[in-house]
Design a protein around this ligand. Structure first.
Ligand SMILES: C[S@@+](CC[C@H](N)C(=O)[O-])C[C@H]1O[C@@H](n2cnc3c(N)ncnc32)[C@H](O)[C@@H]1O
Length: 348
């Protein structure tokens, strides 16, 4: 995830009234949310169902009261039909919490079309797992990392050895606190999100055919960072995936070699060019571990070759993000330092 300030500062300083913004790797919808904050329409595309659901929640227009009413209705009117029962699940969530999560999950799988439901689903995804708080609970799970889902065998051992039992968290109270934080103010301008593989020719088509995008602000997966789907397996379960780690990496750009990876990105840049205005600008934040065979700068330059975009400037990304976010995930496995670049390009 890149920080909100990154797309926000670009759009505040450079965008014109009426510009339309595209993010072909929208992740949690940071670019779309920034566009909304400055009153611009946007489209976010991502092949991960979790990413698409979180982005949709950032674009929902609803109120705290509507979100809470929807949550109460689901909890009182439904029974959970399928509750995962393996040891991991018994340690990860208190039985009453897991039962409630399953009611929500099944309700959303049946119908998640109203803004209140879309917002509620996003709130629950954000609260699904995380550390235990000293004060009021913010997460539903037993002690967990906030950003990625732990592997079941490791997590179960961790909880058992420390005798950490899952708490009977007050679900509605957690939802209310989060709803107040995110939905206290609402903007009339919104945007759209699409669950799609951005390499596909039609994935980036605007919702209205005559619209052309003026800005592409994005951050593709960093080369070698191939664990988005397995790292999000619990959230992926909540949006309809299996109740065990999903290693398939379906519809994600390939990491088999720097060349294959650059070719996949090039396809996305070409698709973006086809839906952009003549003077559109693209800003890409990209990085990776610096390695002789896979230098991030060479990969991103290679991806832009014959893509319909001309590189204008390349800057090292600000120190505020250095070593954080994607880098954090990397550093769980490797100790090589991470460099991030901002590449500015213009449509040719
Ligand atoms: C670095 S993350 C984007 C983070 C985003 N900037 C944010 O702030 O949350 C890269 C995203 O690319 C998505 N992705 C990977 N391959 C894709 C593909 N072929 N089509 C669409 N999205 C893809 C991943 O699911 C992931 O969400």
């Amino acid at each position: 995830m890149f920080p909100l300030d990154f797309p926000l500062n670009i759009l505040k300083r450079r965008a014109q009234v009426g510009d339309v913004v595209l993010d072909p790797f929208c992740g949690r919808g940071t670019t779309n949310f920034a566009a909304r904050l400055v009153g611009l329409r946007s489209l976010g595309v991502d092949s991960s169902p979790v990413a698409a659901a979180i982005t949709a929640a950032k674009l929902a227009t609803t109120t705290v009261d509507d979100i809470l009413a929807e949550a109460r209705r689901i909890l009182t009117e439904r029974e959970a039909r399928q509750i995962p029962a393996s040891e991991f699940w018994q340690w990860a969530f208190h039985p009453t919490v897991l039962d409630a999560l399953c009611r929500f999950r099944e309700a959303f799988l049946e119908d998640c079309t109203t803004d209140a439901r879309i917002a509620l689903r996003g709130i629950i995804l954000g609260a699904l797992h995380g550390p235990k708080q000293k004060t009021l609970p913010s997460y539903f799970s037993n002690q967990c990392p906030r950003t990625y889902a732990p592997k079941p065998a490791y997590a179960t051992r961790f909880w058992q050895e420390r005798r950490l039992l899952p708490e009977a968290v007050d679900i509605l109270a957690v939802i209310e606190r989060r709803a107040k934080r995110y939905y206290g103010i609402s903007s009339n301008v919104t945007g759209a999100v699409r669950l799609a593989d951005s390499r596909e020719p039609t994935a980036l088509q605007p919702e209205t055919p005559e619209v052309r995008f003026d800005w592409v602000i994005t951050s593709p997966p960093y080369y070698g960072m191939r664990t988005y789907i397995p790292d999000q397996w619990l959230r992926n379960w909540f949006v309809g995936g299996p109740d065990a780690v999903d290693y398939t990496n379906r519809n994600q750009v390939v990491h088999s070699s720097p060349e294959d990876f650059a070719a996949d990105l090039r396809q996305v840049w070409r698709n973006a060019k086809n839906v952009c205005a003549e003077d559109a600008k693209m800003v890409i934040r990209f990085g990776g571990i610096t390695d002789r065979r896979a230098d991030p700068l060479s990969i991103i330059k290679d991806s832009l070759r014959e893509s319909g975009w001309r590189i204008q400037t390349i800057k090292e990304a600000g120190s505020a993000t250095m070593g954080k976010r994607q880098a954090d995930a990397f550093l769980r496995y490797k100790t090589t330092p991470m460099t991030e670049y901002d590449v500015w390009a213009r449509r040719q």
